[in-house]
Ligand binder design. Structure first.
Ligand SMILES: C[S@@+](CC[C@H](N)C(=O)[O-])C[C@H]1O[C@@H](n2cnc3c(N)ncnc32)[C@H](O)[C@@H]1O
Length: 317
C-alpha cells in the first residue's frame, strides 16, 4: 500500500475527470491567441500554427539523445548528425515565435551536449553553460556515475536581454562568520542561524530532483524541479512575460510560470502528461509555494527547518 506521505501525481487517464481533460487544448482549436494553456499535440506540427513574435523566454527540455520511453513515444538514440538535424528542426520552428530580445534555455546531459552545442552556437548567442549538480544518478561499475546536467543559456541578441540578477540570489549558511569591529561582514545573524545572500553562479548545487514526498512530484520519468525553473524564470523574464515550452512533460515550467505571474504556453504529445500538468496548474490558485524559494531567495539544500521557522515568524504559514 502507498504511504500517506507519498504525494506523487500519477493518476490514469481513466481516473481523470472530463472537466480536467476538457481544459487541455487540441491542435484543431484556434491557436493564434492561446495563452496559459497546455496543447496536446506534436510540437513539430503545432509550432507552425502559433502566432509569431510572442515568446520572451523559451524553456526547452527536449528528449536527450538516449533511448527513453515516454508515454506514447519511444525516443531512440540517434547518430550525432541526426540529433543535430532534429535540434535544427525545432530551432527553425521556434525562431519565428521569439520576440526580438528573447532568452532560451536548453536542457541536456553531457553526452547530448557534444552534439547540441555546435547547433546552438550557430543559431544563438551562448551566454553561459550552467551545471546542475543532481543528487540522483544511476551508479556504474565501469564509469563515473552521472551526477550533473547542462543547462544552456542562450539569447537572440548578444547584448540586449533580460537578466534580473538580484532576484536569484542564493542564501547560504555561513560556516565561519567574520566580524569586523564587532559587526557582521556581508552576513546576517538570525535566530535560525547565520546566513549570507550570495550572487548566483553557473554551478547549481542547491536543487534536488522531485521525489515522492514533494507535492510537485508526478509519474513523469524526467521531471524538472520547480525550484530550478523558478531561478531561470525570475532571472530571464519579468511579470506578465510569455514563457513557452514545446516539450512540456508534466507541466513543471508552466506551473512555475503561473506561480510567478508569467503567461505561459506548453505543448506535450502525451495526453496523460498534459492531464498531470493541468491538474498541477489547477492547484496554483491555492498553493503558490515553490519548495526551496522563500523570502525572495533560493536556499541551499537541507535548510527546510530554517525556511519554515522564518515563514512562521513572518506569519506566512
Ligand atoms: C525531457 S521531457 C520534459 C519534462 C518536463 N520538463 C517536465 O518537467 O515534466 C520531454 C518531453 O517531451 C515530450 N515530447 C517529445 N517529443 C515531442 C513532440 N514532438 N511534441 C510534443 N512533445 C514531445 C515527451 O513526451 C516528454 O514528456
Amino acid at each position: 500500500m502507498r504511504s500517506k506521505r507519498n504525494k506523487t501525481i500519477d493518476f490514469t487517464l481513466e481516473e481523470a475527470s472530463a472537466k480536467l481533460l476538457n481544459q487541455i487544448i487540441q491542435p484543431t482549436d484556434n491557436l493564434q491567441k492561446t495563452s496559459d494553456k497546455i496543447i496536446n499535440g506534436d510540437s513539430f506540427k503545432v509550432m507552425t500554427k502559433l502566432a509569431p513574435h510572442q515568446v520572451d523566454l523559451a524553456l526547452i527540455d527536449p528528449p536527450y539523445n538516449l533511448n527513453k520511453h515516454y508515454d506514447g513515444l519511444n525516443f531512440k538514440k540517434m547518430s550525432t548528425s541526426q540529433y543535430q538535424a532534429y535540434t535544427q528542426k525545432w530551432i527553425n520552428l521556434l525562431r519565428p515565435l521569439l520576440k526580438k530580445h528573447a532568452s532560451i534555455y536548453v536542457f541536456s546531459d553531457w553526452a547530448t551536449s557534444i552534439a547540441l552545442a555546435p547547433v546552438l552556437e550557430q543559431n544563438f548567442t551562448i551566454q553561459n553553460r550552467i551545471t546542475w549538480q543532481r543528487e540522483k544518478g544511476r551508479g556504474s561499475q565501469k564509469n563515473w556515475k552521472n551526477g550533473m546536467e547542462d543547462i544552456w543559456f542562450l539569447t537572440t541578441d548578444a547584448d540586449n536581454y533580460t537578466f534580473n540578477v538580484n532576484q536569484v540570489k542564493q542564501r547560504r549558511q555561513v560556516v565561519a562568520p567574520y566580524r569586523q569591529d564587532g559587526v557582521a561582514k556581508d552576513w546576517q545573524a538570525t535566530k535560525n542561524g547565520n546566513f549570507r545572500d550570495t550572487m548566483p553562479s553557473n554551478f547549481w548545487d542547491d536543487i534536488s530532483i522531485p521525489y515522492w514526498s514533494m507535492p510537485e512530484n508526478t509519474g513523469h520519468p524526467t521531471q524538472k524541479p520547480e525550484k530550478l525553473l523558478a531561478k531561470i524564470i525570475l532571472a530571464s523574464s519579468n511579470p506578465n512575460d510569455f514563457i513557452f515550452d514545446p516539450f512540456a512533460g508534466s507541466g513543471s515550467s508552466l506551473v512555475t510560470a503561473a506561480k510567478l505571474d508569467r503567461h505561459y504556453l506548453g505543448i506535450e504529445q502525451s495526453l496523460l502528461y498534459c492531464a498531470w500538468g493541468q491538474y498541477r496548474l489547477n492547484q496554483v490558485k491555492d498553493n503558490r509555494t515553490i519548495q526551496g524559494y522563500t523570502d525572495g531567495v533560493f536556499w541551499e539544500r537541507n535548510t527546510l527547518a530554517a525556511q519554515r521557522k522564518l515563514q512562521r515568524h513572518k506569519g506566512e504559514i
